[in-house]
Design a protein around this ligand. Structure first.
Ligand code: N2P
Length: 396
């Protein structure tokens, strides 16, 4: 039975169950439609360079003043989100917009380096960014993020303890987890030797027959960290000799690679153009949804585990609206909807009863503690060294 009042309406919206997963292309279509609806239906202007729907048109005449929302620097019912590509379902933004009458501009990137470079280049209008947790000390040192208005985020209490008691941001003063995952290998079972992959050797010393069908991540930390693990070094090494070995190995295999990619590999794996891709767990499952020959492996040498976290850039125009979105995302039903769709791990265990059993029991999504997973930390001189090693290989 449909419920009536405002609170009931909010409940109805939250209660909408996890939706089916649809491909990224359908999401983009949905987003375009929503953009049009947003432009017609919501108060507030447009944000240069951020809107997916302004298309260069002049901003519409201001709508009649809506009651101000506390906590913002600009009195606008707007929220500018900058998140990873392929990292959200197709319902969360529309439902949040309908629930709050806050219009969302949603923009995407596909590597921490791209995100950090954009933030370092000067002020942006983003209200939420989602770097990987191991970059938080760097963002703090550079003064690029501000404390969260926790009083507007009561659902913080839903977070699992391990995502609260962290070394990068104890107590979530600056960051709230979005989702977490692992780095591994997506592969096409019909194409790889023996139909199975269990070692980093498959991508870091690919068989000649795989030539032109292998891709590696366009992401400094994952690329350098995983090769260090493969070489038997510490995944956190910044020793010059270790990094020289990493560069040597990657340079030697570069002619066999199709490309470095941290986004297009999803479709390329699905299309059967790429047979082996270093990739992130949920991304590979999204590929598998389109092509059942695709599998995901966490190599036996071990790998990396990451948590991507929502932060508010310093001086953001709408920190209050950012907090309202963070609070919404921490609701178990919303967590379940996102997690089900993108196949990454949720930091809110209360969402787990709402997830399909096959996802919960999949060791590739929720790996048992026996799987060797490391967390890297990248700050200061080490970040520069890793970046230099990466540049030598990827751009050199
Ligand atoms: C989403 C990839 C996010 C994981 N496509 C990388 N931290």
């Amino acid at each position: 039975m449909a419920l009536g009042g405002k609170e009931d309406r909010e409940l109805n919206l939250l209660l909408e169950g996890p939706d089916r997963r649809v491909g990224r292309r359908s999401f983009l279509r949905t987003a375009a439609l929503l953009g049009a609806a947003g432009a017609a239906g919501y108060a507030g202007g447009t944000v240069a360079g951020l809107g997916r729907d302004d298309g260069g048109r002049p901003a519409a005449a201001p709508a009649p003043a809506a009651p101000p929302l506390p906590g913002n620097r600009r009195n606008e019912r707007l929220l500018n989100i900058y998140n990873w590509s392929d990292y959200i379902d197709d319902r969360t933004i529309p439902l949040f917009q309908a629930l709050t009458n806050i219009r969302v501009n949603y923009d995407v990137y596909s590597s921490n380096e791209d995100l950090l470079a954009k933030l370092r280049a000067g002020p942006t209008d983003y209200d939420i960014i989602v770097p990987t947790s191991w970059f938080i000390p760097t963002y703090r040192t550079l003064g690029l993020i501000e404390p969260l208005p926790q009083e507007l985020i009561p659902n913080l209490t839903n977070l699992d303890r391990e995502f609260v008691e962290t070394d990068y941001d104890p107590g979530n003063r600056y960051s709230i987890p979005w989702q977490w995952g692992t780095t591994g290998i997506g592969y096409n079972r019909r194409r790889v030797p023996g139909g199975k992959v269990d070692s980093w050797a498959s991508v870091f010393e690919p068989a000649a027959a795989m030539g032109g069908h292998v891709s590696l991540l366009r992401e400094v930390t994952d690329l350098i960290g995983s090769v260090l693990i493969y070489l038997g070094k510490s995944p956190n090494s910044s020793r010059d000799a270790d990094l020289a070995e990493v560069v040597k190995l990657l340079r030697s295999i570069k002619p066999r690679l199709k490309k470095f990619s941290s986004d297009t590999y999803i479709d390329e794996l699905a299309a059967g153009e790429t047979w082996l891709a270093q990739g992130w767990s949920g991304d590979v499952f999204q590929s598998q949804d389109q092509n059942p020959d695709v599998s995901y492996a966490i190599p036996e040498e071990g790998s990396l585990r990451f948590v991507d976290v929502m932060c508010i850039p310093k001086g953001a125009p709408h920190p209050g609206n950012a907090a309202r979105f963070m609070n919404y995302v921490l609701h178990p039903k919303v967590q379940a909807r996102i997690s089900k769709y993108i196949s990454y791990g949720t930091p809110v265990s209360l969402a787990k009863p709402l997830l399909p059993q096959d996802q919960l029991s999949d060791p590739a999504i929720y790996p048992p503690s026996s799987v060797k997973l490391s967390i890297v930390t990248v700050t200061g001189a080490k970040l520069q060294k890793w970046q230099a090693a990466y540049d030598e290989v990827v751009t050199g």
